[in-house]
Design a protein around this ligand. Structure first.
Ligand SMILES: NC(=O)c1ccc[n+]([C@@H]2O[C@H](COP(=O)([O-])OP(=O)(O)OC[C@H]3O[C@@H](n4cnc5c(N)ncnc54)[C@H](OP(=O)(O)O)[C@@H]3O)[C@@H](O)[C@H]2O)c1
Length: 281
């Protein structure tokens, strides 16, 4: 008598994702990558309420007919929202994620302290990962800078960043985050290590302990960051140059895949690099 065998194959369902800011430089790069990534299915491509693209078909990222949507009304069930839009766009995406209990990868920069507090509070209820820069190289640069600032506590620090002419915030979120790494390394807060953005308003002399920040804007530069540590007679520089902004999109997708199985909390890229993805996604 023959035996009947039952073979059970566990197939992981694709992660249901929305892109917020879908017509932007980053949003388009994300939609292109999502089109070829079987781990995900793009179900919503959100644009601003004023966008000329709303209700138009999304050119990449959907096997099915998908049109750009303005806002979050009638959004389908989702696992993760990936945001690269604007402070206002991030606020709207956050409200939806809280209401629908959806994880959020927050890539927008240039938001204020109130939004920062909203993100921190929201992380008590949903899994939230934010990074001012989704590049692996910048994550390592941050770590190296923290170490260098700790090892050279009296050296002057200046951070210079350069981006394309269309960037709306200055200094970049990455430059501010590198400044935070300096403060972490030295164990000091804003009172001891204040940022100086414009020396024309100050006297000629550099105030000891301050962290200088300069921004350059032009052309189509995807992003460059230089951290200089200077003492009498010597200078140490850490430089990161982005030549293709697709690295941010790839980093954000990697983060979204990792975040989709995480519990509520405020996560960052270092967490993604340090811990394997949890089972059960
Ligand atoms: N973390 C990182 O690694 C990283 C890397 C690059 C950029 N960024 C940041 O990501 C953000 C976007 O960058 P980008 O270069 O893609 O800028 P961008 O080309 O200007 O795109 C932003 C897009 O967001 C859309 N948008 C504006 N308000 C919105 C709203 N309320 N709701 C939904 N969508 C809205 C805009 O289009 P519509 O008006 O057509 O909707 C626009 O296409 C910026 O804050 C930038 O600094 C972060």
């Amino acid at each position: 008598m023959g035996r009947a065998w039952t073979v059970l194959i566990m197939v992981e369902q694709p992660i249901r994702v929305a892109v917020n800011g879908a017509t932007g430089r980053m949003g388009k790069a994300l939609c292109r990558l999502l089109a070829d990534d079987p781990r995900f299915v793009l179900l919503r491509a959100v644009v601003s309420p004023q966008s000329a693209s709303k209700a138009m078909p999304v050119p990449a990222g959907a096997g099915q007919a998908l049109c750009y949507a303005s806002g979050w009304d009638d959004a389908p069930a989702l696992d993760v929202v990936i945001d690269f839009s604007s402070p206002a766009g991030l606020g709207a995406a956050l409200a939806h994620c809280l209401q629908a209990r959806v994880a959020l990868v927050a890539g927008s920069t240039g938001y204020d302290a109130t939004m920062d507090e909203r993100l921190r509070t929201a992380a008590g209820r949903v899994a939230l990962l934010r990074a001012a820069n989704f590049s692996l190289g910048v994550a390592v640069m941050r770590r190296l800078l923290r170490e260098a600032a700790a090892a050279l506590p009296d050296w002057d620090v200046e951070i210079v960043e350069a981006h394309h002419r269309g960037k709306r915030d200055a200094p970049s979120g990455t430059a501010l985050d590198l400044g935070a790494a300096v403060r972490e390394g030295r164990g000091v807060g804003p009172d001891t290590a204040a940022y100086v953005f414009d020396r024309t308003l100050l006297g000629a002399e550099r105030t000891h302990g301050t962290i200088g920040m300069s921004s350059i804007r032009g052309g189509d530069l995807a992003g460059e960051h230089t951290a200089m540590l200077m003492a009498a007679g010597e200078r140490l520089e850490l430089i990161h140059r982005t030549t293709d902004r697709a690295i941010f999109a790839r980093g954000a997708l990697h983060a979204a895949y990792w975040l989709s199985t995480q519990p509520p909390g405020l996560w960052n890229l270092e967490d993604v690099l340090a811990r394997p993805r949890a089972e059960g996604g």
